[in-house]
Design a protein around this ligand. Structure first.
Ligand SMILES: [Zn+2]
Length: 508
């Protein structure tokens, strides 16, 4: 209790001092001072971080972002059965004698409900002989709730954009498989050929256009379902309607090489045809055998396809291995560097093993010089990977001047939301307000949206000359700035975010 009183007294004293000095400080400086005064006051800190503008979530898996409770509801709606022990889903008829009960039982049977939620997330994870590793438990969840995902994109998108808006995000890029597996099927049917150009022309001739058309239809259905649920066309739209939503075409990298190539091609074709799909990304656990074994091949595929489709963005999960998880040679194999230099990644997801790659200082300097942003999921790196203290890479990238944006990865499975990631950055790694704000601005600077930046240069947050005389509090006043904003989707998002910052910082 004595300690608590001391903390409260410190916070009060800091606020008094703030009042005295406030006149001479800018709103941003006063806000930074407030955060320092709240650093050891959890209630004030959470309130501050919850209200803080957070820009965009750039690393977000749709199926991993939805909470298990929602998947239970979908399973009930679809009339599916749940295996009481392994918590997999199957079509009816159910067979309670064999442990396959109607999913609806998970609404009223509290023990079953808890077991399902724990199995479909990392909640209450306890190592068991047949479930020893939280990371493997985490990856195994996807296959268990998978049977309900494809039919419920509308509800899923509504859930995640609503949560994003509630966290004060204005932009979301979510990863999903738009074609729902059709490209992989096509690749499997046609088989492998060592010549990428031949592979591509055979896939195009064998029906890739239909795969892409089907993918676009799936996105239409998902988006219109989302808008309907959120009432976006009504007089009282949900807050989620205001979030700019874009998609990344994910490629399952642990699949056979012909299926990986076909998925990549579908992603590049789709992103070329549909502006909602902004990038290609490789997913699945990087220590799976095909992902490790075919890594260099995958990078060469991306290099080749990037040559054909240079306008399509690439973000890559890289450096997801941790010491002891694989042979040391795999950690040294420069997965981050090769993803950038051969795979053309403009952003790196996770980047956890950077300390174990060859020539780390040179790699970090290259990332800073080329403005390769790291999508840092600091909270999930702690709870899913166990990376805390000096093993957590957030301060390493920040110190090296590499642009970073905080992202959630799989907020549903990790039982989290973006504000908690900001909290871990502040409490665990001494990140201050200017660094948080820089990460928020960087999230929009590196978002895969078209158009020129509001800033004169990457990581230099001085407004371009057209808007340099403006104070972003409401709408731009000058014709030059208004015209510039009208010409660029990126700058419009950045302008909105700056007005949010003005409003936020005026409170301190
Ligand atoms: Zn990820």
């Amino acid at each position: 209790m004595a300690i608590l009183n001391k903390t409260v007294a410190f916070a009060v004293a800091a606020c008094c001092c703030l009042g005295l000095a406030a006149q001479s400080l800018s709103p941003a400086d006063r806000t930074a001072q407030f955060l320092e005064s709240a650093r050891n006051n959890p209630a004030a800190l959470m309130d501050f971080l919850a209200r803080m503008p957070k820009g965009g979530d750039l690393h977000h898996h749709l199926t991993g972002a939805v909470y298990a409770e929602s998947y239970i509801d979908y399973a009930v709606e679809d009339g599916l059965c749940i295996d009481r022990v392994v918590v997999t889903l199957s079509p009816p008829p159910c067979d309670p004698a064999q442990g396959k009960v109607p999913a609806a039982q998970a609404l009223t049977d509290f023990a079953l409900r808890n077991h399902v939620i724990d199995t479909w997330s990392i909640r209450n994870f306890v190592p068991a002989p047949d479930d020893r590793d939280v990371r493997h438990h985490f990856f195994a969840t996807f296959g268990k709730f998978d049977p309900v995902t494809n039919k419920h994109w509308g509800e899923m998108l509504a859930e995640v954009v609503h949560r994003a808006a509630a966290q004060h995000e204005i932009y979301l890029e979510t990863m999903l498989t738009p074609d729902q597996g059709e490209a992989a099927k096509l690749g499997r049917a046609l088989g492998w050929n060592d010549d990428f150009a031949t592979m591509r022309s055979r896939l195009l001739a064998a029906g890739m256009a239909q795969v892409v058309a089907g993918a676009r239809k799936n996105l239409d259905t998902g988006e219109s379902g989302m808008r309907e649920i959120l009432g976006c066309a009504t007089a009282k739209p949900d807050i989620g309607c205001a979030v700019t939503l874009r998609f990344q075409n994910q490629v399952l990298r642990a699949f056979p090489r012909e299926e990986v190539f076909a998925q990549m091609l579908a992603g590049f074709e789709l992103a070329s045809a549909d502006p909602r799909v902004v990038a290609v990304n490789l997913v699945q656990s990087q220590d799976e055998y095909p992902a490790l074994h075919d890594f260099h091949l995958h990078m060469r595929m991306l290099d080749d396809l990037h040559g054909v489709y240079p306008g399509v963005h690439i973000s890559l999960h890289a450096g997801e291995l941790t010491p002891g998880e694989t042979k040391p040679e795999e950690l040294l194999a420069s997965h981050i560097r090769e993803s950038i230099e051969v795979g053309h990644a403009e952003r790196i997801g996770h980047g956890l093993d950077v300390l174990y790659e060859a020539e780390v200082p040179r790699l970090l300097a290259e990332m800073a010089r080329r403005h390769i942003l790291v999508e840092d999921c600091v909270y999930s790196h702690e709870v899913v990977r166990g990376l805390t203290g000096s093993e957590n890479v957030l301060p390493i990238y920040l110190r090296a001047g590499v642009p970073v944006a905080l992202a959630t990865d799989d907020e549903g499975i990790a039982r989290s939301e973006l504000t908690w990631y900001f909290r871990r950055a502040v409490e665990g790694y001494h990140v201050d307000y200017p660094a948080l704000k820089r990460m928020v601005r960087d999230s929009l600077e590196h978002a895969f949206v078209p158009g020129a930046s509001l800033w004169i240069a990457p990581e230099n947050f001085t407004m371009v000359s057209a808007c340099s005389s403006e104070r972003p509090e409401t709408e731009a006043q000058s014709a030059a700035c208004r015209n510039f904003l009208a010409s660029s989707e990126r700058a419009r998002l950045q302008w909105v975010e700056e007005t949010e910052f003005s409003r936020f910082e005026a409170q301190f």
